[in-house]
Write a protein of this length. Structure first.
Length: 134
């Protein structure tokens, strides 16, 4: 006579396979979320640099943006300090300055790296004031 249902071994194997799928999915999703957070922070940084450049032109005065650790500091009126999301930091310290023309003075262009646990993005300010993410 044939019985309906599953054996204990079949249930154990099915549970193991589902557990493995969930485990791999979690690690894949975790890396995906970290990358999204890093890209969003790089965009935030470029937007703040562009805003400082625009403000320097509109107010006809120099504006400095200091990128250090997990914060963006802007010497505007009023001064601003923006904290980066947890787990993302600037590698080293970099100060960008925009003159009243909107261009960075000599020595105040360059790049800075944003780092997370597994990846990094570079924000570049050219000597002509072009701001981009690499």
């Amino acid at each position: 006579m044939r019985q309906n249902g599953f054996s204990s071994l079949e249930l154990l194997v099915a549970t193991f396979i589902i557990g493995l799928a969930i485990l791999f999915g979690y690690f894949s999703f975790d890396g995906y979320l970290e990358n999204i957070k890093l890209v969003a922070t790089a965009r935030l940084t470029t937007n703040q640099l562009r805003l400082a450049k625009q403000e320097a032109r509109s107010l006809s005065r120099d504006i400095e943006v200091r990128l250090k650790g997990d914060a963006i500091s802007i010497t505007a009126s009023p001064p601003q300090c923006i904290k980066l999301p947890q787990g993302i930091v600037f590698e080293g310290e970099k100060t960008f300055k925009f003159a009243s023309t909107g261009y960075p003075p000599p020595g105040f262009s360059g790049s800075v790296c944003l780092k997370s646990k597994r990846s990094q993005k570079k924000v570049v300010v050219s000597s002509l004031g072009r701001i981009r993410i690499e």
